[in-house]
Design a protein around this ligand. Structure first.
Ligand code: NDP
Ligand code: 8X3
Length: 259
């Protein structure tokens, strides 16, 4: 098993949901963490908790991944003992609405494309050269079942996750010959703040997404990420699709009751 002890992991979108669960899991296994998101207060509270519980070191970055120059500056300006990032988890992302494309809001399209695709590119571009220099690294992208299928109203969100899948595959080709590994974790429904964000704070509508079925938890996804990054150096988990047992595809969900 490839140990995480003493490695430095950058996790984007660590202030909630899946990113926060990955932070817990990496910290438990001895990694030091750079946690990035826009809500700095949440990151700071998480940093205090992880440092005291696991005795690791955490650096927080108040960062909007859509802003190229601040992303570059923040990652170039990391304190020396956090600079040698060997694990990058590109997790920051969001969906907005479920409108038909012909009724869609172009500002929301920009937000999804800028965060899920361009943000991932900016962060990855800033981190990979150091990994190559040090001959060590693993990039884990949060894709989605929406990168394999489309569903009604998913148009632009699904397009961003198809793009993430294409970028994961491309990056693996660009890095072949180096020891750097590239993995994609592609879940179906996971109960997080994702649906509350998608429906702009409409908690009742968000709850309906997980009505009468048992979704995955952020800890389930963190488990899969941990599996990927702890494989021996010769093994790269290219892609993992994780579904709730009650979800057979993006659109086929058993809602006969929680199991
Ligand atoms: P949450 O809404 O719970 O968390 C999203 C995280 O992304 C937050 O920490 C948020 O932090 C951060 N984020 C959003 N926009 C930005 C930005 N511009 N800059 C920096 N950070 C940002 O959702 P999930 O945990 O569910 O989502 C995590 C990833 O998993 C996403 O990429 C999502 O597409 C993917 N995914 C989710 C699934 C699900 O069913 N939940 C299924 C498949 C994939 P802050 O607001 O503080 O910036
Ligand atoms: C987020 C989950 O159901 O919108 O990727 O594909 S879903």
């Amino acid at each position: 098993m490839h140990s995480l002890k003493g490695q430095i992991a950058l996790i984007t979108g660590a202030s909630a949901g899946i990113g926060e669960a990955i932070a817990h899991s990496f910290a438990e296994h001895g990694a030091n963490l750079v946690l990035a998101a826009r809500r700095k207060d949440r990151l700071e509270a998480l940093a205090v908790e992880l440092e005291s519980r696991y005795g690791i070191a955490v650096h927080t970055l108040a960062l909007d991944v859509r802003r190229r120059e601040p992303v570059e500056a923040a990652l170039q300006g990391l304190p020396t003992h956090f600079a040698a990032i060997s694990l990058l988890v590109n997790n920051a992302g969001l969906g907005r609405g479920l409108d038909k494309l012909q009724d869609g809001n172009p500002d929301e399209w920009d937000e999804m494309l800028d965060t899920n695709v361009k943000g991932l590119l900016y962060v990855t571009r800033a981190v990979i050269p150091g990994m190559l220099q040090r001959d060590r690294g693993h990039v884990v992208n949060l894709g989605s079942v929406a990168g394999h299928e489309v569903y009604p109203g998913g148009n632009v969100y699904c397009a961003t996750k198809h793009a993430v899948r294409a970028l994961t595959q491309s990056l693996r080709i660009d890095l072949v010959g180096s020891p750097i590994r590239v993995s994609s974790i592609d879940p179906g429904m996971v109960e997080t703040e994702f649906s509350v964000v998608r429906f702009r704070g409409d908690q009742a509508r968000a709850n309906k997404v997980y009505d009468n079925m048992t979704p995955l938890t952020p800890a389930d996804i963190a488990d899969a990420v941990l599996y990927c990054v702890t494989r021996p150096a010769h093994m790269d988990v290219a892609e993992m699709i994780l579904m709730p047992t009650q979800q057979a595809s993006a659109t086929v969900v058993d809602r006969s009751g929680k199991r």
